[in-house]
Design a protein. Structure first.
Length: 140
């Protein structure tokens, strides 16, 4: 691929991706967005979700939890707090996190604590739904 978008996905443990691709869909804090070559520069924070890298007729998916995305004239750099290929995503760990968060919600006493706990539970449930959809679509 002569032209395209240069992408790097970096976690504290390793460099997951360093290649040129057609497009990348990223879970920004304000919602998913897609980056292609010649995208306008910006920087944003990431929420837990799945990065989809499209190039050479195939798609690769990576789980990311937190971090930053930096879109510049030279490409896209994702500095993730945690990131693994979807094939290494731990579904049972997510289920345990959901259970713990639901228990925390049940113990919340103040309206602020209940609101925060509910948002956290909702985020984890949405993440579980996304993971299930990716599994059903067999995109790994």
């Amino acid at each position: 691929m002569a032209e395209g978008l240069k992408i790097e996905i970096v976690s504290p443990e390793r460099l997951l991706v360093s290649q040129t691709v057609e497009a990348v869909t990223v879970p920004g804090t304000e919602g998913y967005f897609t980056v292609m070559a010649d995208h306008a520069p910006f920087m944003t924070t990431l929420r837990a979700g799945f990065i989809t890298v499209t190039g050479e007729g195939r798609k690769e998916v990576f789980f990311v939890r937190g971090g930053f995305a930096d879109i510049s004239p030279t490409g896209l750099t994702i500095l993730a707090e945690e990131s693994v290929p979807f094939s290494e995503f731990d579904h049972s760990d997510l289920e345990a996190q959901i259970k713990a968060a639901e228990e925390e919600l049940a113990r919340a006493e103040t309206p602020d604590d209940k609101s925060y706990a509910q948002q956290f539970v909702s985020g984890l449930l949405n993440l579980a739904l996304e993971a299930q959809q990716l599994n059903e679509a067999h995109i790994h």
